[in-house]
Design a binder for this molecule. Structure first.
Ligand SMILES: C[S@@+](CC[C@H](N)C(=O)[O-])C[C@H]1O[C@@H](n2cnc3c(N)ncnc32)[C@H](O)[C@@H]1O
Length: 308
């Protein structure tokens, strides 16, 4: 049997005639049960990828090995995963390539861990940190199922990243997906090499604003950049070729910045703040070049730097 045929131990995605997916791991003598009757794993073992198999109840399933995108969307989870569209972007924005040393937190369900491990390859390393042991267990299960066992270049630590004993000060990239990334900034700064990339996945505009202002006020980072990506699928049928009516409108924002060399002060921005950006209603951290807000007795803001 060549590698092209299904073998025991392979992950297989079965797609029914309504487009529903089921991911199974093939075992000799095992049976996949659905409401449309059973499929014997032995009917798939030895068959070529892309074959069809019919259940005892007459449902036909198309059988393909899942790609990582299929796998993460179907795997068991408690913590929300990073969607494939964002995982693709993170790998690119963080400059991750074969051999990269990457740190991520929180590991959650392990979806991003799988993408990172794929991208760094066997010569790179991924260190994942997760504060909740029960989520770490799910991440471990999902990663090991995808890679067919524990990847030798993956370490999963249970704990708070803010207190994590760094395994390296030479990480090429750190990826954060958590509610309060600003609590972990010292730990991240200690682990990233100068020039290393920090990509943070933040779900809301309030987190986005607070995070960006923390980075600026902290001073150890290049000017942060934020993006979001919207992916629109299309309906393709004869003359009816148009965007689908439904899409995932929002997942998160990606904030990208780079670690400055120790002791380097970020060059002052030439741009003046937008009118009112740091006006009287603003209470968050201030960039070093934006002075505190002197408010007159009448309540009028006299901070021209902030208002002009
Ligand atoms: C949305 S989930 C991450 C999902 C993950 N990126 C994935 O793709 O499966 C956020 C996780 O961050 C963890 N977390 C929050 N704060 C943390 C911290 N300070 N250190 C480590 N993990 C943390 C949470 O327990 C949660 O599991």
């Amino acid at each position: 049997m060549s590698d092209r045929e299904f073998q025991a131990g392979n992950l297989v995605q079965l797609t029914d005639t309504r487009g529903r997916h089921h991911t199974i791991t093939l075992h000799e003598g095992a049976v996949f049960h659905s409401h449309k009757g059973a499929v014997n794993h032995d009917d798939l073992i030895g068959q070529p990828e892309g074959c069809a198999v019919t259940s005892a109840g007459g449902m036909t399933y198309l059988a393909l090995r899942p790609i990582l995108e299929d796998y993460v969307l179907s795997m068991g989870r408690k913590a929300a995963i990073i969607y494939p569209k964002d995982a693709f972007a993170i790998v690119g924005l963080a400059g991750i390539q074969p051999g990269s040393q990457v740190v991520e937190a929180g590991a959650g369900s392990g979806a991003l861990s799988c993408f990172l491990l794929n991208a760094v390859g066997p010569s790179g390393t991924v260190t994942s940190v997760e504060i909740r042991p029960e989520f770490a267990e799910i991440a471990k299960r999902n990663v090991e199922r995808w890679f067919g066992g524990p990847p030798a270049n993956w370490s999963l630590s249970i704990g708070d990243l803010a207190e994590h004993e760094p395994e390296t000060a030479e990480a090429d990239a750190v990826i954060l997906d958590m509610l309060a990334p600003w609590e972990c900034l010292d730990s991240v700064a200690a682990q990233l090499r100068p020039g290393g990339r920090l990509v943070t996945y933040v779900a809301t505009t309030t987190q986005l604003s607070r995070w960006v202002e923390h980075l600026r006020a902290d001073g150890r980072w290049t000017e942060p950049r934020a993006t979001e990506s919207l992916v629109r699928t299309w309906h393709l049928e004869g003359l009816s070729v148009r965007p689908d009516h439904r899409m995932i409108g929002h997942t998160a924002f990606l904030v990208v910045t780079r670690r400055l060399a120790p002791g380097v002060v970020p060059p002052t921005r030439r741009r003046r703040p937008a009118p009112g950006a740091y006006g009287p209603d603003y209470t968050g951290p201030r960039p070093p070049d934006v002075p505190a807000n002197p408010v007159t007795d009448s309540g009028e803001n006299t901070n021209t730097a902030a208002e002009s």
